[in-house]
Design a protein. Sequence first.
Length: 365
Amino acid sequence: MRRNGNFAHVVQQVDIETPPLVIAQHTSPEYWCERCAKGYKAPMPLPIAKGGLVGPGLTALIAFMKGPCHASFSTIRTFLRDVVGVTISRGELSKIINKVSDALAAPYEELLRRLPDEPLVNGDETGHKCNGQPWWTWCFRAELYTLYHIDPHRSADVLMDLLGKEFKGILGCDYFSAYRRYLRECGVILQFCLAHLIRDVKFLTTLPDVRDRRYGAELRAALKELFEVFHQREQLDPGVFQPLLQAARDRVLRVGLAGPATQHGQNLVKRFRDHGAAYFTFVTTPGVEPTNNLAEQAIRFVVIDRHITQGTRSESGRRFSERIWTVIATCVRQGKSVYHFLCEAGGKWFEGEPAPSLLPRLRNS
């Protein structure tokens, strides 16, 4: 039977061998000084002195397991023992993680300094546990990066400290009181999340009072019309799209301010009266999204980490968490490898050189 070469069956199989473990011994000779009558040891090379037991490659692997993989020290120890072939104590693993945290400090601080100058930021916050005590993880998502900050407070003071009282950009957020106070005391420009407003409007339609249900139905119809127009922004000419969007916004505001004399109705009327304009910043500012989905998506990773790790236990743990989370989210946003960045940052730190930037456009500046 003749073989038909055009229909060959090809299978490519990927496998893994035991990871290569390189153990290098470094000896510092001792010299005797006749004048001092003392012995002196030659200094170790800087990468050996700073790194100690574990080199930069294995250090990056341990940090990758601790950060993106949410692994505990016990899990990391088991993996290193059974797969890599090296046994490292929990105490030594903790020291290694602290070294990685030090290596990530400069890239993190660079983003922290840049945050107040961003033209558009989306913010959100979620709970965090440190030694069983309630803390808060704040998330700020800018165009090129996402920054996390763990703080004992969930107040506007955090916003004033990180974004500044003179923040000139636009902050996308939900209707939480800290953002409202930030607006009231600092006069910043906000974009309140319309998705949260829609949920509150839907709640009106479930109430027993027919007036609340009617009010909710009218608001839902007006908001639906607004989003129908908004989703046509790519198809319509700007000269046509913008007047249609503004007209849809004006209808939502008219309906929102004409609520019934019920408790729930008047609560929403007051919101439209006090902060109605802040729900529609996106109408007059291109590039601003009407919802806060960007920040909510970025904070899901932190929520998952909290459920798996149960939080942190020390200040050093909090610092590592906010720095590694920032690296993870920023690298993913830019399409870069988290592991490769950890290798680069750790290698630079071992050599005593400046850490790499998380902002690609600043690397050549």
